[in-house]
Design a protein around this ligand. Structure first.
Ligand SMILES: [Zn+2]
Length: 856
């Protein structure tokens, strides 16, 4: 067990050595693997005599400098380091060491997922494979030979281009891969297995031929076509939008079942959680199809934003992630409905990032310190990071932004750089001064903007006040600089003007003259800035009906619903004006997926975030009351929409079919709050007759929450059909773990013994324990049983896979917003976790932050 150490950005030092080339040979066996690592090393800092390599659990077999095998006196092994003493200016270092991929349950470094050898090295997994300068600013050219049993592992893959096959006479064989592009060790990858595959090809804009392969478990080949199509779409889009082409002869993707993250952009050899590759209409929902398209694109886009230009250190993670998320969001927006995409992205930001930003683990998109870097693959670094890039895009405009990204690629290709370097390119090419904008990288918390309007003698005045939250430790933060898109509408909803205001001071005033009547304000159009608007007004109904900006129309519908629910929570009765406005939404003749979003009521999480002390009961009660009223008043209209858009036998994946499923399932959910026999039967029939996973899962979820008897039959049927399809079983576990019904915890506990469930597979743990931990009703049950169960799981899983355990710790981040009774119950569990012997640094970091914030 290593000691708990905090790493600080301000302590960054340039590497003292460079690694010019690496030659790796892996001999894979059933019990262990032998790694031979030959590095050509040069001193950068001549005063250094000790080469200190990162290394975890090193079992060293041989160590050589040039032709000399080193005796014990020439090196030391200590505290996750291999120190080689008295090294010359330039030399070849050869290390032979032994590792045990079969026993690796952390899923970092080289491990086995089922029968497949695979790797995950970002951020610091490579040091579990072999001693190395395991930091992103050490970039080297890799040659890799993989040797394994011919029959068990016919497919042997690594980064780059395949250059040699070694077919010896015994039962083993080998393949050599050369990657000509210098890269950091976190982008190294290796795969060995008996895999099925599909192949295709792509010709780049400049005429280079690229072989494309997607590998998966045998039998799943037919489920890879959507991923392949998405890959080719992404390759074309990056050429057209950013002028970036692919740069190797081959692009491989491998789908594995046991994976901590979504996917990994290793150079030329992406390794994916199978959830983001495999899909067919019988087993994948429409959301899965969209997710695959976006994640495949995301990893592909990293080839330029991440791989060719990488991060100097891990504090710069948002340099590659914020930018690449922005790129994948724009890609999805270009290929699908842009209005739906924007709303979905904002929803995800608010559900995850806003919650994180208000919690004890809030941090800037460029953190200043960490204990475990694994804990910083957060929605702040990713999604808020993407919003920051989006604001830069708005400030520069499309044309200047493209000039600036061109300059960024030209200037920094092949280098490991910082967010400062990125901002330099943005500013240099566009002439836009971004010095005040930099604060977005260094401050935490979600900024608010207080909006006041007045109208006098034809002049409309907008008074804005920035409200900036303190840091977690109570430090004051400064006001931001950002763009704010707004418009003024006349009494008929006609746009009088649209403007992007630049906000930079604590107090700002903007006046608009020559207006014959008081206009209606449409603010933060397209969710231009990731802020919270605070305004007392009663224009929601008008904006819901008339706003031409699809985001603000949605926002008005949400805000009006929030206002209505909050009034119910205060026992102030139901606002009839809202019911009328909702009826108007039902009649709109617009894109059906967008309409489905407009009809959605605010989530419990959204309502919870607005309370200083959270009490879930009144939220659920008020939301149910409103849902029931809407369903009662509009039953006929809702049923009409359902009938018009429900085609049980349709399995088409075109935009119209998907949007029909979206609206039909939205109204079915709305109707289900009636809990009436006819609606339950409708759901039951949909489950039985529909051919898509989207329809079946929605129906199953409705039955689970409204009709236990029907649910039991349907769940049994579902289980029998899909028990051999792990990805579908994730959905099964999620529905049960998210259930509102009594006895949910008991069922979740029992499901752990199900033959399909495996605590070593992150997807399964996330869909059962992870989903339960976000089931507010049962996780926060008054007897504390939910807390105690999740704490037990954290302690147990921490020993198997620390990264997965610290993910589960997130459920307790709400601690400081709970009432005293809940806090007392939670505290017992948090203290039990933190006092666990040999708790990982991952879980320690999260729990200690949660506990510390409440000491003040
Ligand atoms: Zn990424």
């Amino acid at each position: 067990m290593s000691e708990i150490k905090t790493i600080h950005l301000k302590e960054y030092k340039k590497p003292a050595f460079s690694i010019e080339s690496v030659n790796l040979t892996f001999e894979l066996f059933e019990e262990y693997a032998l790694v031979s690592n030959i590095m050509s090393i040069k001193k950068i800092d001549e005063t250094q005599s000790i080469l200190s390599l990162d290394s975890i659990d090193l079992e060293l077999k041989e160590l050589w400098i040039n032709d000399l095998q080193l005796s014990d006196s020439r090196y030391t092994i200590e505290d996750e380091k291999l120190n080689v003493l008295n090294v010359p200016s330039a030399f070849t270092l050869k290390i032979i060491n032994k590792i045990y991929p079969q026993n690796n349950t952390e899923l970092e470094g080289l491990y086995k997922s089922g029968t497949i050898f695979c790797t995950q090295n970002e951020p610091e997994g490579f040091r579990c494979i072999t001693p190395y300068l395991d930091r992103p600013d050490v970039m080297s050219v890799f040659t890799t030979t993989v040797i394994a049993d011919k029959e068990l592992y016919p497919v042997l893959l690594s980064n780059g281009n395949k250059t040699q096959c070694h077919d010896s006479f015994d039962s083993r064989h080998g393949v050599t891969w050369e990657d000509p592009h210098p890269k950091p060790s976190y982008l190294f990858a290796l795969v060995a297995g008996d895999l099925g595959s599909i192949s295709d090809e792509y010709t780049t804009a400049s005429g280079e031929y690229v072989e494309l392969n997607i590998y998966c478990d045998k039998g799943n080949e037919s489920k890879c076509h959507h991923a392949m199509k998405s890959l080719k779409e992404a390759m074309l889009w990056d050429e057209e939008k950013y002028g970036r082409e692919y740069d190797l002869e081959i692009y491989n993707i491998v789908a594995v079942d046991s994976f901590n993250m979504g996917a990994m952009e290793n150079k030329g050899l992406n390794i994916f959680n199978s959830a983001y590759v495999l899909a067919d209409t019988d087993t994948a929902s429409d959301a899965n199809y969209m997710g695959i398209q976006s994640v495949i694109a995301h990893e592909y886009f990293h080839n330029w934003t991440g791989n060719r230009i990488t991060c100097r250190d891990w504090f710069q993670l948002t340099l590659k992630e914020g930018l690449t998320v922005f790129r994948d969001q724009c890609f999805s927006s270009d290929l699908n409905s842009s209005e739906v995409q924007r709303i979905e992205d904002v929803k995800a930001l608010r559900e995850r990032q806003f919650v994180e930003d208000a919690s004890p683990t809030a941090h800037p998109i460029q953190p200043k310190s960490y204990i475990s870097m694994n804990n910083f693959y957060t929605s702040t670094v990713y999604e808020k990071g993407a919003e920051v890039i989006r604001m830069i895009h708005t400030l520069l405009g499309e044309e200047n932004y493209r000039k600036a990204t061109d300059l960024y690629f030209e200037t920094f290709d092949g280098q490991a750089v910082t967010t400062e370097d990125f901002l330099w390119a943005m500013s240099e090419a566009s002439g836009v001064d971004l010095s005040a904008f930099k604060l977005w990288y260094h401050q935490s918390g979600t900024p608010k903007l207080e909006v006041k309007e007045s109208y006098n003698n034809g002049v409309f005045t907008l008074s804005l006040k920035q409200i900036i939250p303190d840091t977690v430790s109570g430090k004051t933060q400064q006001v931001y600089f950002y763009p704010l898109k707004m418009a003024l509408l006349d009494e008929n909803g006609i746009e009088l003007l649209e403007k992007t205001l630049l906000i930079s001071k604590e107090l700002e005033e903007f006046s608009f003259e020559g207006l014959s009547t008081k206009p209606t304000l449409s603010i933060n159009r397209d969710f231009c800035a990731p802020i919270i608007i605070e305004e007392e007004h009663s224009n929601f109904s008008f904006l819901m009906k008339h706003d031409t900006n699809s985001f603000v129309k949605y926002e008005a519908a949400q805000s009006f619903a929030i206002e209505t629910i909050e009034a119910l929570m205060r026992n102030e009765g139901l606002n009839e004006e809202y019911i009328e406005a909702y009826g108007h939404l039902l009649d709109l003749d617009i894109d059906l997926s967008y309409k489905a979003l407009l009809l959605e009521l605010p989530s419990v999480s959204t309502l919870m975030q607005r309370m200083s002390i959270v009490d879930f009961e009144p939220i659920y009660k008020a939301k149910e009351e409103l849902s029931l009223r809407l369903a009662t008043v509009f039953k006929e209209k809702l049923l009409n929409i359902y009938t018009q858009n429900h085609f049980a036998k349709s399995v088409e994946l075109d935009a119209l079919s998907m949007s029909q499923r979206a609206i039909k399932n939205r109204v079915l959910r709305a109707l289900s709050s009636l809990e009436s026999q006819d609606i339950t039967l409708l759901a039951k029939t949909q489950y039985e007759e529909s051919l898509t996973m989207t329809d079946r899962v929605v129906a199953l979820d409705i039955l689970e929450n409204t009709h236990p008897t029907f649910a039991q039959v349907a769940l049994r049927d579902f289980y029998a059909k899909y028990k051999n399809e792990t990805l579908v079983m994730n959905k099964y576990f999620s529905i049960l773990a998210a259930s509102d019904r009594e006895g949910t915890l008991q069922r979740v506990v029992a499901l752990q013994n199900d033959e399909v469930y495996d605590e070593k597979v992150p997807n399964l743990v996330r869909s059962l324990v992870g989903v339960f931990a976000r089931n507010y009703k049962h996780f926060h049950s008054k007897d504390g049983a939910g807390y105690s169960f999740v704490a037990n799981k954290i302690i147990e899983i921490d020993k198997i896979n620390p990264q997965m355990a610290s993910g589960l710790c997130g459920a307790f981040k709400i601690y400081n917003k709970m009432n005293d009774i809940s806090q007392t119950l939670m505290k017992v569990e948090l203290e039990r976790i933190i006092s666990t012997q040999e708790l990982s640094k991952n879980s320690f970091e999260i729990i200690s932050k949660i506990l510390k914030i409440n000491k003040k």
